[in-house]
Design a binder for this molecule. Structure first.
Ligand code: PEP
Ligand code: MG
Length: 750
């Protein structure tokens, strides 16, 4: 018969359970004692524990009341029988007439007589089901809400102990949590492949004491911690000021949850039943995660995520565990986080093998930094922070956008083959480092690299780049919390030029706005930031900032040549104004007696289609032009470069886009203006080859692409490639890619 355990009964049960768990017994023995204890305490005829053997199969791991011979023999598939139903749905089944329930399956091997009463509770930790706890009785009786609740608390303790490895022992089939291999489809933030071990940016709090002795003292501890949490959220809100609306919104939600009486009441109830404050927080968190997994409403999911974050904060207050848990960073660390700021990422620096984020966007600051550091980055990895544990083996396939967590051996082997092939290719490219990118027809292409941080500069020598074709100066601004001082900037630019050792460095003035919002600038509430107040538009209106940067550049050059280009020029007038401003700064510096650059080159970035149709004078006045292909393409096709849905829809080798590029080439040639291309496409060998064939004699790309691009260019005749492109353009095809690929396949190996 199943009693409704009163609160004190459930507390007693928990206490006895804790004693069993504290004993030095082996895994199986411990499980047997637990089932006996629960059957006894609840007055039921049967208590059984089923645990997942693999992702699909549950195994009877201990029982009191069923045939002991069936232990480790009886297996159920997920969804099979009532136990399987509990496991599949993650919700309890509570019935007074089990045989009448849909899905009931009689299991003679367990010696199962017909037990009418069945209560099955999922054993879950943080929303993940690891098994099922069942009690059964002959007498027909539906268990009260209280019984269900009490067993849920017990199941939660079991899950917690499983996490700590309490049951892993002789013969026990328990697969502790987090042993399944997981494959996730993600979005690529930075290409590349990596193998390493998980390093959680925010390590999971480990609850070592799920059961508490003194509920009153425990309640006081919980209340104190919640109060501390509320104060810290209020502090964060007052610090946030009015600056960042989105951040304020999140914090307001935090405050709402932190002050929610329902949340606290539920946790207090759990504590009253014998759970420790930490376990009570985790129980609520687990419920929220289950709801989060089931909800398709993005708004609700976001809010549940906020609650999840808040629970983590509360757990850290209760356990005193900060980010630094004393754990040692594993070898070849792969950072796993919900999201991360650019500054934090820079602190980790190049020691990371890869980065996997649950959120983030391709154009986020973190992505920009990851790209600058050339670390593979995968974003939108659903639930990765919940699934992964510190030290887990993890493989990042930044070409296909796939993450393998705890991969099966065959997957890991195939992956390693792929890495080895890539490494072999790199070796091949290393041989080419000091050779020119000269095509078979004799045309030479200058291959430059993109950079944005001091840390990028060593790649200049390693990659064999001819110089830095694009130095994105905004990165230095993005990673600081205050406006950098002119002196600091000048020193930095000087170090960059020194490190370049006489090779050309093209500094692009600040390209902020759009997705790049400076922490110390008032954010603009714009409906369409990519087409809004950004780059040169900001520079021309915020003259002080632009002047400061230009002065820093001039002072850094100190008698050396200086190349500066202005981003996002959309009409001639903007370039003229920016150029005049620069010349004014130069004159002023000269008058102040500062050493001015030996020579200055003032260029413009062409990132909007309008400039292909600009007046001739624009091409004549610019000392050089660089095509910002990322933006040019996004505005040409009206396809947001950060929107995964539309980003890949339009091919760079689209006939219309190539015609636009060709037009810019011709206009530059007519004016005698040097032209380069510095969007991401410059680093893709096929695209780079086509751009070079169209007359682009300088390409700027991430350093890792220089080898592959050079390798291809040296093996083709660009005149032939141009013929192929021309013919394909006339054929009415949408893209020249198929024709170009055919050409590469069929030509004699060079
Ligand atoms: C571009 O738009 O192609 C470019 C190089 O600039 P960014 O990617 O920094 O916008
Ligand atoms: Mg751009």
């Amino acid at each position: 018969m199943i009693d409704d355990p009163s609160e004190s009964d459930s507390r007693r049960l928990l206490r006895r359970l804790r004693d069993v768990l504290a004993e030095e017994s082996a895994g199986q023995k411990r499980l047997d004692r637990i089932t006996r204890l629960i059957a006894d305490s609840t007055g039921s005829d049967v208590c059984s524990i089923y645990l997942f053997r693999d992702a699909e199969t549950l195994e009877l791991c201990a029982t009191e009341g069923l045939n002991p011979e069936a232990v480790h023999k009886t297996r159920l598939r997920i969804g099979e029988g009532l136990v399987g139903r509990v496991a599949r749905t993650g919700t309890p089944v509570n019935t007074a007439n089990a045989p009448a329930e849909p899905g009931f399956r009689f299991m003679p091997e367990t010696g199962e007589e017909v037990f009418s009463t069945f209560l099955g509770i999922p054993i879950q930790r943080l929303g993940e089901t690891i098994g099922v706890l069942v009690i059964q009785s002959r007498e027909s009786r539906r268990c009260s809400e209280d019984s269900v609740y009490a067993l849920e608390v017990v199941a939660m303790v079991l899950a917690e102990m499983a996490e700590l490895g309490a049951f892993v022992g002789e013969g026990a089939a328990l697969r502790a949590l987090h042993q399944k291999s997981v494959t996730l489809q993600t979005v690529v933030g930075q290409e590349g492949v990596a193998e390493g071990h998980v390093w959680l940016h925010e390590p999971r709090v480990v609850v070592t004491n799920p059961v508490a002795d003194d509920p009153e003292a425990e309640k006081a501890r919980l209340n104190d911690a919640v109060e501390q949490l509320r104060i810290s959220v209020d502090d964060m809100l007052s610090l946030a000021g009015t600056a960042d609306k989105e951040q304020r919104d999140v914090l307001e939600t935090y405050r709402m949850f932190a002050r929610s009486t329902g949340w606290l009441r539920r946790m207090e109830e759990d504590v009253a039943r014998g759970l420790s404050a930490e376990a009570a927080v985790e129980k609520e968190q687990s419920l929220a995660r289950t709801r989060m997994d089931r909800s398709s409403d993005p708004y609700l999911r976001e809010r549940l995520h906020d609650l999840d974050d808040l629970s983590n904060r509360l757990l850290r207050i209760l356990t005193g565990q900060g980010r630094n848990t004393g754990a040692e960073m594993p070898p070849e660390p792969v950072l796993v986080a919900r999201n991360i700021g650019p500054g934090e990422l820079l602190e980790y620096g190049r020691k990371l093998r890869g980065i996997v984020l649950e959120e983030g966007s391709v154009g986020s600051h973190a992505a920009i930094v990851a790209r600058a550091l050339a670390i593979p980055l995968l974003i939108h990895a659903h639930n990765i922070t919940t699934e992964a544990l510190n030290g887990d083996l993890i493989l990042l396939d930044g070409e296909q956008g796939v993450v393998h967590l705890r991969p099966e051996e065959n997957v890991a082997a195939a992956f390693r083959d792929k890495i080895a092939m890539a490494a072999k290719a790199q070796e091949r490219y290393a041989v080419l480092r000091d050779k020119p990118a000269r095509a078979l027809c004799g045309t030479e292409v200058s291959l430059m690299m993109n950079a944005g941080l001091m840390a990028d500069l060593p790649s200049l020598g390693n990659s064999g780049a001819d110089g830095v074709g694009l130095f994105r100066t905004e990165l230095q601004f993005l990673i600081r919390s205050t406006v950098p001082r002119r002196g600091d900037l000048a020193a930095l630019y000087r170090r960059v030029m020194d490190a370049a050792g006489g090779k050309r460095v093209v500094f692009r003035t600040l390209d902020i706005g759009s997705d790049k919002v400076l922490p110390y600038m008032k954010p603009q509430d714009e409906p369409n930031p990519a087409m809004g107040w950004r780059a040169i538009r900001v520079g021309l209106e915020k003259r002080g900032m632009m002047r400061m940067q230009l002065q820093a550049l001039v002072r850094a050059a100190r008698g050396r040549p200086l190349s500066v280009m202005f981003p996002f020029i959309a009409q001639f007038e903007e370039f003229k104004e920016a150029r005049d401003h620069f010349l004014g700064v130069l004159e002023h510096e000269r008058r102040l007696g500062h050493a001015v650059p030996e020579k200055v080159e003032i260029g413009a970035m062409v990132e909007t289609p309008s400039m292909a149709f600009a007046p001739r004078q624009f091409f004549e006045l610019t000392d050089f032009i660089s095509i910002g292909g990322n933006d040019l393409k996004q505005f040409f096709f009206a396809a947001d470069r950060e929107n995964e849905r539309v980003r890949r829809r339009y091919d760079t080798l689209n006939v219309s886009f190539l015609s636009l590029v060709h037009r810019i080439v011709e206009r530059c040639e007519a004016a005698g203006t040097p032209l380069s291309f510095c969007g991401e496409d410059a680093g893709r060998p096929i695209e780079a080859m086509c751009l070079a064939a169209l007359g682009m004699h300088a390409l700027s790309m991430r350093p890792a692409s220089i080898g592959p691009v050079k390798h291809l260019i040296r093996r083709v005749n660009l005149k032939e490639v141009l013929d192929v492109i021309r013919t394909a353009c006339d054929s009415g095809e949408q893209s020249v890619r198929p024709a170009v690929m055919d050409y590469l396949r069929n030509r004699s190996p060079g």
